[in-house]
Ligand binder design. Sequence first.
Ligand code: AMP
Length: 283
Amino acid sequence: MSGSAIEIVRSIRDLRARVAAWRAAGETVGLVPTMGALHEGHLSLVDHAFRNATRVCATVFVNPKQFGPSEDYAVYPRTEERDAGLLRSVGANLLFAPSVEDVYPTGHCTQVAVAGIGDVLEGEFRPGFFTGVATVVTKLLLQALPDVAVFGEKDYQQLLVIRRLVRDLDVPVRVEGAPTIREQDGLAMSSRNAYLTTEERRIAPALHRSISGVVAEVRRGASPEEAAARGVEEVLAAGFRSVDYLTVRDADSLAPMRDNDRPARVLAAAWLGKARLIDNVAV
Ligand code: AMP
């Protein structure tokens, strides 16, 4: 498949026409939504989609509605030509790259808000973030109507939010989660890693190291709260500026874990220079 052409479409009408033609030819369709500045993590989602569908459409859209007023919307890396080349190299069939005006035409005012699971952790530190994500993902799913949509476990809470909205709104799509792709030193790949200076990049793997340490302690029977508190200390000692949260949560509900009696996940968000890094590992 490598080397085959990738077509870029920008209008919802063209996207629907391509998907309809695939369906008429008996193909199944996988969707991989992204904000671009693609790396190996994103490309692994395309591979994952090809294991579940015969045609794959990636989307690149830097969604203004999921950025807070003081966040990095204006400076978020935009590298469409490079992204198209990378998608071509892994055999993706279509790149949907709509404009902000096409996604949010004048008068657009409907939002998808996922209460509960969308209100904690990232929802607490980035008000409006999950409503922005849920709104755009709902739109992309309804625009493309894929058989399967693939999201990374790197953004674990986002994956739970999307699973929830698909169930609640009866969207006829299967949601697939794909494992986090990491650099050799453990740092989760992220478009925002580009914000790190050389010195910060050296410090950055401490986040994954500390999360993994907490996972190991909890597995050995330590108190989730005490293990998480030690994790926070480690991240700060390594040189992170501040920790928004580093916490052991129920893997399904994200409720705090007091005992080790259910499947759990250690999730963290911390600031290193100008970059806010997030990561998580299953207990
Ligand atoms: P983004 O472009 O950062 O909005 O991410 C688009 C999709 O790629 C989301 O489903 C992310 O969870 C996923 N993703 C981002 N980084 C990684 C990674 N390192 N490994 C696997 N998936 C990732």
